[in-house]
Design a protein around this ligand. Structure first.
Ligand code: AHR
Length: 347
């Protein structure tokens, strides 16, 4: 009797131990716990994971274009495509980006994708990534560094080319509608000073402007790529100048602010108006305004860069050679060609 009781007690203890082990294992390897660890950055990708871990350092969420760019990147670097994504929004501050890159390095990500806010001041942190053996892929905007081995490649649009297209559109317009030596007074609303989008678009436009001594750039004013800032600066500019012929606004979000202020001030603009407007990005809302004759020309900047980023990472992973500079094409929209492009735009 006593012997039977001992066996029963031992069996119960054994069963409790086995059940305990089972529950512990289920917890340790549960996908929810593992996902929690990855997202909090407390652990690297598990050894048996086939996912490529990528830390993306985005500029911010300052514009419609940026939101579309972020969606494209998140979609392409999703788990079903073989990636584990850590995403960070720098709120348009370089110091946030530098901090994030250091976090990505300590988390031992496989790749870093960086859309730098501005071009300067990247040497130290990119050297740290290089020493850690993590390839850095630049997207959308570039960095100005002496040693270009600090980044693996660039994927984005040709900002200088975009600025040039804006100048070429104005050249064509002047040939058709202006006297050869007529003074053309221009205001330029720039995006974030020191960003590739600002530098490229300004230099590209100036490369055409300098061929025309009658083009007179009254002022270049920073409106940081946002509608709010554009409203603010435009309000002052319409008080200051009563002879503006052309406004070159370096993104659509700023253009929305410009149009509001011109309307408030009773200044006509666009195809039939007094002030010609050239914009950049070509988001859906702006393309509708091109169709309606409110904006004269919109130079496209394609935000759908995610797929190219994913494919370049996979190429590097397979030891295939990748081009240093990878441009995504874009076009110029006017009232004459915009129909047919509006409905298919998803941003
Ligand atoms: O760097 C690309 C630019 O940044 C886009 O033109 C603008 O909309 C964005 O904020």
């Amino acid at each position: 009797m006593i012997k039977n009781k001992k066996i029963l007690a031992l069996t119960i203890v054994l069963m409790i131990v086995v059940a305990g082990c089972l529950i512990f294992n289920l917890y340790i390897f549960s996908p929810i716990r593992l996902r929690g660890l990855y997202q909090n950055g407390e652990a690297g990708i598990a050894d048996n994971s086939n996912l490529i871990s990528v830390g993306v350092c985005q500029v911010g969420s300052e514009s419609v274009w940026r939101t579309a760019n972020t969606s494209s990147i998140k979609k392409a670097l999703a788990e079903e495509n073989g990636f584990f994504l850590r995403f960070s929004n720098a709120r348009q501050k370089q110091e946030n980006q530098i901090k994030t890159i250091r976090e990505f390095i300590s988390q031992k990500v496989d790749y870093i994708v960086l859309a730098p806010v501005t071009e300067y001041g990247w040497e130290t942190v990119l050297e740290e990534a290089k020493e850690a053996g993590i390839p850095v892929i630049l997207t959308d905007r570039k960095v100005e560094v002496e040693d270009d081995s600090l980044y693996r490649c660039f994927i984005g649009t040709d900002m200088y080319g975009e600025g040039k297209k804006a100048g070429e559109w104005l050249e064509d317009y002047c040939v058709e509608f202006k006297e050869p030596d007529e003074e053309i007074d221009i205001i330029v609303l720039t995006g974030t000073v020191g960003s590739t989008a600002e530098i490229g678009r300004s230099e590209g436009f100036n490369s055409i402007a300098q061929k025309h001594p009658n083009w007179n750039i009254l002022e270049s004013v920073d409106a940081d790529f946002t509608t709010t800032k554009a409203r603010e600066v435009m309000r002052e500019l319409v008080k200051k100048y009563d002879d503006i012929d052309v406004i070159v606004s370096q993104n659509d979000d700023m253009t929305f602010g410009v149009v509001e202020i011109l309307d408030e001030a009773g200044i006509t603009h666009g195809v039939e108006g007094d002030v010609k407007i050239i914009s950049f990005d070509a988001v859906k809302k702006a393309l509708r305004m091109v169709r309606d004759g409110e904006i004269d020309a919109d130079i496209e900047c394609n935000p759908n860069q995610g797929e190219m980023i994913a494919s370049v990472i996979k190429d590097i992973n397979r030891d295939r050679t990748v081009e240093k500079i990878n441009y995504i094409g874009d076009m110029t929209f006017t009232i004459y060609n915009v129909n047919g492009y509006i409905n298919s735009r998803n941003y």
